[in-house]
Ligand binder design. Sequence first.
Ligand code: UDP
Length: 239
Amino acid sequence: HEDANKPRRVLLKLSGEAFGGGKVGIDTTVIRRIAQEIHAAVAQGVQVAIVVGGGNFFRGAELQQAGIERTRGDYMGMLGTVMNCLALQDFLEQEGQATRVQTAITMGQVAEPYIPLKAIRHLEKGRVVIFGAGAGMPYFSTDTVSIQRSLEIHCDAVLMGKNGVDCVYTADPRRDPTAKPFKTLSYKRALVDNLAVMDAAALSMARDNDQHILVFGLEQKGNVTKALLGQPIGTLVSN
Ligand code: UDP
């Protein structure tokens, strides 16, 4: 995927769970640390685009359980991702890192609309581009959007930052002491064994287009920078 003459360009997926520190709302300590680690990698020449989840605010499927119509709940979920985008933008700007937020639902006062060629231009200028509001469509997930955006703006890899684990295992290591870690993993095995990489729709889009995915732990200090720089951590999912 990587050409030695081209700067490394990656798409970092941050789940809402990471932003909330396990609660509803945002954990500013976590977001500030992630912002510092992103800035450190950009300073070394890596082009960084980010897709932010929104599970720390709302998930459409959960709101549906509570009696809200599914698609309206999904829009609430998408709006939640935008609050996470603005929080991350703020901490990045505090580090002196130039940023742009682009949303899939137009909201001109807080963000640019999603314009892929413009996003690429921002990246080339050393700005971090943060994508909000998912795909702008109900029934999609921010995991699927990560793969789609990464393909459209030509990223070398999608980096999936996870909470609670440092890579993909044969089973959940928090429940099964015999679980074994993977250094590398095929899309097919991840799909067939239903391993915790991303949802199946996202994973099959990655497989069909050979989009490499790195799954790594967000909580260990320095890991975000390492993942962005392409250092060997986590599990690499490819063909
Ligand atoms: N969502 C959606 N379409 C999208 C992206 C997100 O409808 O393209 C909604 C969906 O309800 C989802 C919520 O936004 O549950 C939050 O996104 P996600 O669950 O992917 O966030 P994460 O799990 O990464 O925090």
